[in-house]
Design a protein around this ligand. Structure first.
Ligand SMILES: [Zn+2]
Length: 207
C-alpha cells in the first residue's frame, strides 16, 4: 500500500484550486490521501449567496472534508498589502502539516492575488515539493511539466464543484463543456483520456 500523502492546496480565491486542479483533488481524495484546502478570500458572490456555503459545497463535491477547508478573508485584489500576514499563515500551516506536496497558482499567473499566493508559498514551503496549477485565462505561457491522469468521474466531480459557485456560472471557464475539453486536451498531451497539468516549481525526489 502506498503511504498516505498530505496534500495542501492553496487558493487565492475560493474556486482557484477547484478550477486548476479540482479533478486531481477528487482523485487524491478518493485514494484516501489527506487533503487540506486553504483559500485566502472568497470569489465574488451574488447577493443572497453564502460564499462559505458555496465553498463547502464545492469541497464536498470533490470529497474534501469540511474540517480541512480553511477560509481567510483578505481583501480581493489587495493581497499585496498583506504579504507578511499571508506568509505567516503559510508558515504556520507548514509547521502544522508538513505536507508531502503543496499546490499553488503557477508562477506565470498574472492575477495580482494569485501572484502573491504563489510567491509567498515558495517562501513558506521552499523545502517541499511545490506544483503550480493551470488557469489558462491568467497566463501568457504555462510550463506544462507534470500531469495527473484522470477518469471521467474525476472530471464530473470537478464540474459539480465549479457549479457550486453560482455567481461564477456565466464565466466561460465555468462551463462544463469547457472543463471537459480542457481535461481532454491535457489528456491527449500524454495519451490519456483526461488529465490536469502542473508546473513543477520544486520537486523533492523520493525513493
Ligand atoms: Zn482567483
Amino acid at each position: 500500500m502506498t503511504p498516505k500523502k498530505t496534500i495542501l492546496a492553496l487558493s487565492a480565491h475560493t474556486d482557484d484550486a477547484e478550477l486548476g486542479m479540482g479533478a486531481t483533488l477528487a482523485r487524491y481524495a478518493e485514494s484516501g490521501h489527506v487533503i487540506y484546502y486553504a483559500a485566502f478570500t472568497q470569489a465574488p458572490s451574488r447577493h443572497g449567496h453564502d460564499p462559505k456555503k458555496e465553498l463547502f459545497k464545492a469541497a464536498s463535491a470533490l470529497g474534501l472534508p469540511k474540517n480541512r477547508v480553511i477560509l481567510h478573508n483578505f481583501e480581493r485584489r489587495q493581497f499585496n498589502n498583506s504579504r507578511q500576514e499571508i506568509l505567516q499563515i503559510m508558515c504556520d500551516l507548514e509547521k502544522q502539516l508538513y505536507p508531502t506536496m503543496v499546490f499553488v497558482p503557477s508562477r506565470s499567473d498574472t492575477h495580482q492575488d494569485h501572484e502573491v499566493i504563489s510567491r509567498e508559498a515558495f517562501r513558506a514551503f521552499k523545502y517541499y515539493s511545490i506544483l503550480g496549477y493551470e488557469l489558462p485565462w491568467n497566463t501568457i505561457a504555462f510550463e506544462s511539466q507534470a500531469f495527473m491522469s484522470l477518469d471521467r468521474k474525476d472530471v464530473n466531480k470537478k464540474i459539480k464543484a465549479i457549479k457550486a459557485y453560482q455567481s461564477q456560472n456565466e464565466k466561460p471557464y465555468a462551463q462544463p463543456d469547457f472543463i471537459e475539453s480542457w481535461a481532454r486536451m491535457r489528456g491527449a498531451t500524454i495519451g490519456e483520456r483526461y488529465a490536469e497539468t502542473f508546473e513543477v516549481i520544486r520537486l523533492i525526489m523520493e525513493l
